[in-house]
Design a protein around this ligand. Structure first.
Ligand code: PGA
Length: 256
């Protein structure tokens, strides 16, 4: 189901929320958007303790429940970890992998992220692979090589004929800063990513949703969603406000 959706608006709630806050937010989204269009998926990714609450709040809606990370292991003696089959068991359908905050603060390497994407697919979850360059890497002209390095570590572990993932391009310097990448930069990177993926496997490259992330909000969503090869957004702070999140969804739908 989720895999066939070509465009997505995904809310990454990060380390935020409470039972009261989550309920108000989801009710706010559902009140202003009673039905989703099946061309554009919507997902919210709360912290682990709230997944079951969210599964309940999303009942009867086509919003998709997502998680923010998972273990590379399916089970075992790994204290504090959460495994793909467990996420699946509580109603999760999609999982972020390799978010830049995990790469930076938890030291997640490309190799580990590859294993996590593999674990997500093996558990029947749709992985949303996050990639992006730092400001220093961009300034050094390394954006493309950083992105292809991040992609190659994962693509080599997938059966591109059969398996699907979503890719979110999130320049690290645009995350949480209030300053998104310019439309020209986004167009350049997304065009490059599309042709790189098509070069790996034509059908896979053409069907893989490419999301933009990094200070996308209700005001810039129209112009970002209209860029060629942008198939929606991965949203941080603006996903915590129902009206902003719905405005972004409507901007992406208008381009579907
Ligand atoms: P932001 O976060 O929208 O707050 O920049 C995006 C993300 O980290 O996915």
């Amino acid at each position: 189901m989720a895999v066939a959706i070509k465009k997505w608006v995904i809310g990454n709630w990060k380390l935020q929320g409470s039972q009261v806050f989550n309920k108000e937010l989801v009710e706010g989204i559902r009140a202003s958007l009673p039905a989703l269009d099946n061309r554009v998926g919507m997902s919210v990714c709360p912290v682990f303790p709230y997944l079951i609450q969210l599964a309940d709040l999303l009942a009867g809606s086509s919003m998709v429940l997502g998680a923010q990370t998972l273990s590379e292991h399916a089970k075992g003696a790994y204290t504090g970890e959460v495994a793909g089959p467990m996420l699946k068991d509580v109603g999760v359908a999609l999982v972020l992998v390799g978010h830049s905050e995990r790469r930076a603060y938890q030291g997640e390497s490309n190799e580990l992220i590859g294993k996590k994407v593999r674990a997500a697919l093996d558990a029947g979850l749709l992985p949303v692979l996050c990639i992006g360059e730092t400001k220093q890497e961009r300034d050094a002209g390394e954006t493309r090589s950083v992105l292809t390095g991040q992609l190659d570590a994962v693509l080599s572990l997938l059966d591109l004929a059969k398996e699907d993932m979503v890719i979110a391009y999130e320049p690290r310097w645009a995350i949480g800063t209030g300053v998104s990448a310019s439309p020209e930069m986004i167009a350049e990177v997304h065009g490059f990513l599309r042709s790189y993926l098509i070069g790996k496997a034509a059908a896979f490259g053409a069907r893989t949703p490419l999301l933009y992330g990094g200070s996308m909000n209700g005001s810039n969503a129209d112009s970002i969603a209209a860029i060629k090869d942008v198939d929606g957004g991965l949203i941080g702070s603006a996903a915590l406000k129902a009206d902003e999140f719905v405005a972004i969804y409507q901007a992406v739908l208008a381009c579907a």
